[in-house]
Design a protein around this ligand. Sequence first.
Ligand code: SF4
Length: 304
Amino acid sequence: MYTPSYISLHKSGKLEVLANNLWQHMEKCDLCPRNCGANRLFGEKGTCGADASLRIASFGPHFGEERELVGKGGSGTIFLSYCSLQCVFCINSDISHGGVGQNKTVQDFADMMLQLQDKGCSNINIVTPTHYLPHMLQALDIAAEKGLRLPLVYNTAGWEKLNIVKKLNQVVDIYLTDFKYYSKEKAMRYSPGAASYPEITQKAIIEFHEQVGNAVAEADGIIRKGLMIRHLIMPNNLDETENILQWIGQNLPKDTYVNVMTQYRPVYKAFEYPEISRRITIAEYKRAEEAAKRAGLTNYKIQG
Ligand code: SF4
């Protein structure tokens, strides 16, 4: 019988303590690397757009995630409104920048998790959780008490502070993380204010791996624990792709799960940046594939 890692924390009462501890971070918010200091507990909105009220854009079984997360019932995805990274090419800019969604209570959040379990989903997949970490942990604690037993997927852009990630040890079962930029120049250009992305994300990914190890599918083809990395190839940015894949090959096991994503399309503000205002070319696709091979990666996927 599968038991997710957060159950022992819940039973010991530590999950509730941790959630309350993180809640206090919102008084002078430092939950993400922007450290903007907003007093969210007094209704102030941070740079990410969020105050202390929880906003959720949508939830439901999602069949577009990695095959090993989908299974028969889909990945139980909960899309949170707002985002701390603020990429200019975001495909969900109405949600991440515009805050589209509805205000919900932590109890509602927990009920969504339980409904997704009842629908037969393979996991609970929280999309863009960083700024709502305290709410996520409180909801998880309530849902665990009511019988939630699915793996928790932390679906992040990767720009996560090490001291915060360390608190998530034994809470998260699967880290599903982007690795977007290798150079601070590109990070700054496409995610304004996030020049620290490469340095912070590299440290976070090492910590993710230390906590959950490699993602390995079980006999039924489903991944229930481990690190899964996504990298989106961007036009005219293949040096970034090569350096990122090389870094993974040098700093993590060669069989680390890596999804090299090819579906980039220019949306939102991407047309203000001529070099990323098109899809990738076949030559760029091939260059990425060669880079993955050269890095020695043995568990990468690249869509055709
Ligand atoms: S999570 Fe939002 S409010 Fe908190 S530091 Fe980051 S940008 Fe500011």
